[in-house]
Write a protein that binds this ligand. Structure first.
Ligand SMILES: Cc1cc2nc3c(=O)[nH]c(=O)nc-3n(C[C@H](O)[C@H](O)[C@H](O)COP(=O)(O)OP(=O)(O)OC[C@H]3O[C@@H](n4cnc5c(N)ncnc54)[C@H](O)[C@@H]3O)c2cc1C
Length: 373
């Protein structure tokens, strides 16, 4: 599909439904019927193709919650499956997941915080018949709808973060409880709690090697942090366009004036254009990094921080421009504020992204002799 055909498809099928149904099963079906992820997975540029598709869906007005839920499925679960899965695992999960019939989720965060892998208390042990899993994961996007979770668990606790393993856990397994969370914002991407109570798992449920959970998680987060918010840049473009047309008709109606948008507001819209253009450029740079390097730390963190902060700021500024109409949620401008704020924490906060960037900083500096004044 061309960019404009994708936007048109979204405009016809994927606008937010009101009242918000929570997870939008019909929107999900229509999103996958567009072939968004099937074609993406066939290409060498699996992350870029999907990100650009989501961006155009957003620009067509698709619901941010739906785009976020789809991104959590694709970048957080499907991409790691394709990158790290055995032939048997890929043959089993891929056909239904690529069509969206089986939904995936990524379960990392625990009560001790999502920021640190040192906080992983979920424990997996090996036995004669396979694995046993015990622990609790919080804030898991898609948990309520998912058929499978990619779970980060501690297999060799004495090795710390190098003793983590990644597991593909069918959520119909006995011993698993799924509890809803009441989220405020991103209604279309409900979160949940996954509780594992001595869950028996088959011997071939480990994704990657024993103790390679950190690498699998970083590869999932590389894709997720780089690309999951592409749809939000598109959605901000849609909001900017609606705001512009709102102001055009608002001031055209004012008698005894030129009928033009006042200069101060023109500049505010132009500032938003600059912010979105910069976010687009950073997205592009991050996508290139996923294709040309194995950097799973710096560029994903820069992209996540930049885009999440930009879409929050743009939503806030547009809401302010609407003034009283913003309070009335004109053109979903108040919903956009809540929806975008949610993604400041998703996939890690800006502080944690800055820790990632700092960890790579010395490696990225231009070389200067340290005797240089
Ligand atoms: C919409 C949404 C969707 C989500 N989806 C998922 C999902 O699908 N799967 C999943 O596993 N998790 C998910 N999460 C959880 C998300 O990854 C965590 O919220 C995030 O990593 C932050 O963890 P926390 O909320 O536990 O905050 P904490 O780790 O408790 O942090 C609290 C505060 O301390 C700061 N902080 C913590 N550690 C440091 C540090 N080392 N340096 C500097 N500052 C620090 C943080 O920036 C924050 O301000 C989701 C969250 C949201 C909001």
């Amino acid at each position: 599909m061309t960019a404009s055909a994708t936007q048109q498809y979204a405009r016809l099928n994927l606008l937010p439904r009101r009242p918000a149904p929570g997870f939008d099963a019909e929107g999900w079906r229509l999103l996958f019927a567009s072939g968004v992820f099937t074609s993406a997975l066939q290409s060498q540029t699996a992350i870029r193709t999907a990100a650009m598709h989501l961006r155009e869906m957003g620009a067509g007005g698709a619901d941010r919650g739906l785009l976020f839920a789809a991104g959590a499925h694709y970048f957080g679960c499907l991409i790691p499956l394709v990158r790290h899965g055995s032939t048997e695992q890929i043959d089993f999960f891929l056909p239904s997941m690529r069509m969206g019939d089986m939904i995936g989720c990524l379960a990392i965060t625990e009560a001790e915080g999502g920021a640190s892998q040192a906080g992983v208390r979920t424990r997996v042990t090996t036995g004669a018949e396979g694995f046993r899993l015990t622990g609790t994961k919080l804030f898991v996007t898609n948990a309520l709808q998912a058929g499978v979770a990619l779970v980060l668990a501690s297999e060799f606790p004495q090795r710390g973060s190098l003793g983590l393993s990644a597991l593909l856990v069918p959520l119909s397994s006995p011993g698993i409880s799924v509890l809803p969370l009441e989220n405020h914002g991103l209604a279309g991407a409900p979160g949940g709690i996954l509780q594992f109570d001595d869950v028996q798992l088959s011997p071939n449920c480990r994704l990657g090697n024993p103790g390679s959970g950190l690498a699998v998680m970083l590869s999932a987060l590389q894709a997720e942090r780089t690309a999951i918010l592409a749809g939000f840049i598109g959605a901000a473009e849609f909001d900017l366009s609606r705001c512009f047309h709102h102001l055009k008709s608002r001031f055209a109606a004012v008698r005894d004036s030129s009928g033009e948008i006042p200069q101060v507001l023109r500049h505010r819209l132009a500032e938003i254009r600059c912010s979105l253009a910069a976010a687009d450029a950073v997205l592009e740079r991050g996508l290139t990094a996923t294709e040309t390097s194995d950097d799973s730390l710096m560029w994903p963190a820069i992209v996540k921080k930049c885009i999440s902060e930009t879409v929050v700021s743009v939503a806030d500024r547009i809401h302010g421009i609407y003034a009283g109409n913003g309070w009335l949620n004109r053109n979903e401008s108040a919903s956009a504020v809540l929806d975008t704020r949610a993604v400041l924490a998703a996939s890690g906060t800006s502080e944690v992204m800055l820790n990632m960037v700092w960890s790579q900083l010395s490696r990225t500096l231009v070389p200067i002799e340290h005797t240089c004044p």
